[in-house]
Design a protein around this ligand. Structure first.
Ligand SMILES: NC(=O)c1ccc[n+]([C@@H]2O[C@H](COP(=O)([O-])OP(=O)(O)OC[C@H]3O[C@@H](n4cnc5c(N)ncnc54)[C@H](O)[C@@H]3O)[C@@H](O)[C@H]2O)c1
Length: 363
């Protein structure tokens, strides 16, 4: 059994910093090498985090270092190719959200993991933290009664400078717009709490930004358990919030935060007549906030111990499919999309490119 993990990282941009901190916090993991297609970015990153080796490309890194796990922090368009390369070299993969640019690419990545007998862990860190685990347990145990109706909001603000980065705002390199890039976080938490989806109706909007993809979307999602959720995602909202509300037969659950949540961000309000019962719903004493740290810690522990990956890092297709269905529905004029429609979809397993309704004046 491996006693410590030799980690390598590809793509030393913004999110890579969170990975480096998570590795540094783990007692049995070391960041041994990094690479980025901008050498100066990789050099600066290696200096910042005291990483001993920098390589010009991933192939060179894999050949020289033979790492146990590779953290893929590049833009989504690069995830599939790099994941398959890493599996072929015999290492495990931790890949940032969204896991790929399309469902077909994700299928290939999962097949490559099986063929190589390696693990594919996906970073959806909103699932982590003691509050989400607690609420999920209450919902699964039926303690709050049946969940009925939900809202899921990702109202973020990304200015024109954000979309000036060459890979952003384009179907070919980002794969999708704010629904795929931002809304997927909250949708993933919603689906982590509520389970399998049943139908999706969606629309895509271009309200203000110069993007090829959408800068806002609206959708109605029903879940197999009988919940209906209204989902709004935007990159043009100055007062930012990430929020989920779930009304069950016995209570209203809410979480409001921006990029991470602790117990203070959550509340469970009893319906009339369930006030006494609500004492049993109290959040646990020990609190851990949602973050990359707990996610990577639990993934690394599982890899070191040879146990299955935690459910915070598996089922990468769940929210990705809901996002894909929003795009597929938009392409079908807002018609409902089911899991079987999506499984057999002629275009949207390969690409999310879809018509966007442009509401900018004069367009
Ligand atoms: N989980 C989260 O909260 C979170 C937050 C931000 C970004 N992300 C995701 O992380 C990924 C990266 O986002 P970012 O904001 O760090 O982007 P970024 O542009 O800041 O960094 C990407 C880095 O990858 C490098 N790169 C690009 N293509 C490459 C290639 N083919 N080979 C090697 N290096 C390459 C770039 O030079 C850059 O340094 C995206 O998938 C994004 O959606 C996740």
């Amino acid at each position: 059994m491996t006693t410590s993990l030799r980690c390598a990282l590809v793509g030393t941009g913004a999110v890579a910093n969170l990975h480096a901190l998570a590795v540094a916090a783990h007692p049995r993991a070391d960041l041994v090498a990094v690479t980025d297609h901008t050498r100066s970015a990789a050099d600066a990153f290696a200096e910042r985090y005291d990483v001993p080796a920098v390589y010009d490309d991933l192939d060179g890194l894999l050949a020289a270092e033979d790492p146990d796990v590779v953290l893929i922090c590049t833009p989504p368009g690069a995830h599939r190719g790099q994941t398959i390369t890493v599996f072929a070299a015999g290492a495990h993969v931790v890949v940032e959200k969204p896991p790929a640019s399309s469902l077909a690419e994700l299928d290939e990545m999962r097949a490559a993991a099986v063929a190589a007998d390696r693990e594919l862990a996906v970073v959806f860190q909103q699932r982590t933290g003691t509050a989400a685990a607690h609420v999920r347990r209450l919902l699964h145990d039926g303690a709050l009664g049946r969940p009925l109706i939900a809202t899921c909001e990702t109202l973020w603000y990304r200015g024109t400078d954000y979309f000036a980065v060459p890979w952003r705002g384009k179907w070919a390199t980002e794969g999708g717009g704010t629904t795929l890039g931002h809304g997927i976080h909250q949708l993933d938490l919603l689906a982590f709490l509520l389970g399998d989806w049943a139908t999706v109706r969606g629309e895509l909007w271009r309200l203000d930004r110069e993007t090829e993809t959408e800068d806002a979307s609206t959708a109605t999602v029903t879940f197999a358990s009988g919940v209906v959720a209204q989902v709004t995602t935007s990159a043009v909202s100055p007062r930012e919030v990430s929020a989920i509300r779930i009304d069950t037969q016995k209570a209203t659950i809410t979480v409001e935060h921006l990029y991470g949540h602790g117990h203070d961000n959550w509340s469970i309000s009893p319906a009339p007549g369930f006030e006494e019962e609500s004492a049993a719903w109290a959040f646990p004493q020990n609190e851990e906030r949602s973050d990359h740290g707990p996610l990577l810690r639990d993934v690394f522990d599982a890899l070191l111990d040879g146990t299955p990956l935690p459910d915070t890092a598996t089922a990468p297709a769940r929210s990705f499919e809901i996002v894909a269905a929003i795009y597929a529905s938009a392409a079908a004029g807002g018609a409902p999309i089911t899991p079987s429609d999506l499984a057999n979809h002629p275009t949207h397993r390969q690409s999310f490119a879809s018509p966007v309704t442009d509401l900018r004046p004069g367009r």
